[in-house]
Design a protein around this ligand. Structure first.
Ligand code: GLP
Length: 260
């Protein structure tokens, strides 16, 4: 695990975008795993800027998203398909046919998740998975208690996540209680993981993920066992880490080597 701690979320997002850009340059057909939530938005903006400047292209890339609310149509302004279109896909040169988000309206969710995982496998697996983190340490919608070997499936959101995400809906009662989500085991198969965490309300989650024991009570802690995982944090999100000086010293060298 490499922990990059930056003064601002903009700086951290730019650095994370550099890793994505480096991948696209080295492998234009890259398979990207993408995340929603407010956290990745500045990184998506940085990538859109690079694309507009002709520095990178998503023309041959493919993407699969982590999760989708159950029962929301893609046209709903809080569906994750809608989010991805508005925050990234509409601003880059990706072919939308190559972008995939779980279908929250699928009549048979078992069939939906099976074909989703099969399609990722057929594409060669995810080269780089972008992640945010929930305030309770969840990744995608793998709430505390999710098996660390879980696969893409139907999940129930915790009251905490419903409360956290209510800010995007008119009222808390409008937040769907279930979702389809890639599992921790599915996420762990990505070749590289880039997790972004910003703000003081993520400090406990980051602490648990990086320095806590590996446990299903903080599903992001499974990432400690991933061979190529990068955390990009602002100072507030990293504030509770015991070894932050050491991480900063080590990560600077690692990132330099990666982008050389
Ligand atoms: C939801 C998403 C997660 C995301 C989390 C945090 O639960 N399923 O993928 O990481 O929200 O969202 P935010 O970045 O808005 O704090």
């Amino acid at each position: 695990m490499e922990i990059i701690i930056c003064k601002t979320k903009e700086e951290a997002s730019r650095k994370a975008a550099d890793l994505v850009a480096a991948l696209l340059k080295a492998k234009p057909t890259a398979v990207l795993g993408l995340a929603t939530g407010s956290t990745p938005v500045p990184m998506y903006q940085a990538l859109a800027k690079d694309c507009a400047a002709g520095k990178i292209s998503f023309k041959k890339a493919k993407s699969w998203n982590l999760d989708e609310y159950l029962g929301l149509p893609p046209t709903h302004d809080q569906s994750y398909r809608y989010f991805m279109d508005k925050n990234l896909f509409d601003h880059i040169d990706i072919d939308k046919k190559n972008t995939h988000v779980l279908n929250g309206l699928a009549k048979d969710w078992r069939k939906e998740v099976k074909s989703y995982e099969a399609a990722i496998k057929k594409a060669g697996g995810i080269d780089l998975q972008v992640l945010g983190i929930g305030s309770d340490g969840h990744i995608a919608f793998n709430e505390p208690g999710s098996s660390l070997t879980s696969r893409t499936r139907i999940v129930s959101l915790t009251p905490q996540t419903i409360k956290d995400n209510a800010r995007f809906f008119k009222k808390a009662a409008d937040v769907p209680k279930q979702a389809l989500s890639m599992g921790v085991g599915s996420i762990m198969e990505a070749k590289r993981i880039v997790l972004l965490a910003f703000g003081a309300n993520k400090a406990d989650a980051v602490k648990g993920a990086v320095e806590g024991g590996v446990s299903q009570f903080c599903t992001a802690s499974a990432l400690q066992m991933h061979p190529d995982c990068w955390f990009f944090c602002d100072e507030a999100a990293a504030s509770k880490l015991k070894l932050k000086k050491y991480y900063a010293w080590r990560a600077e060298e690692a990132l330099k080597a990666e982008l050389a």
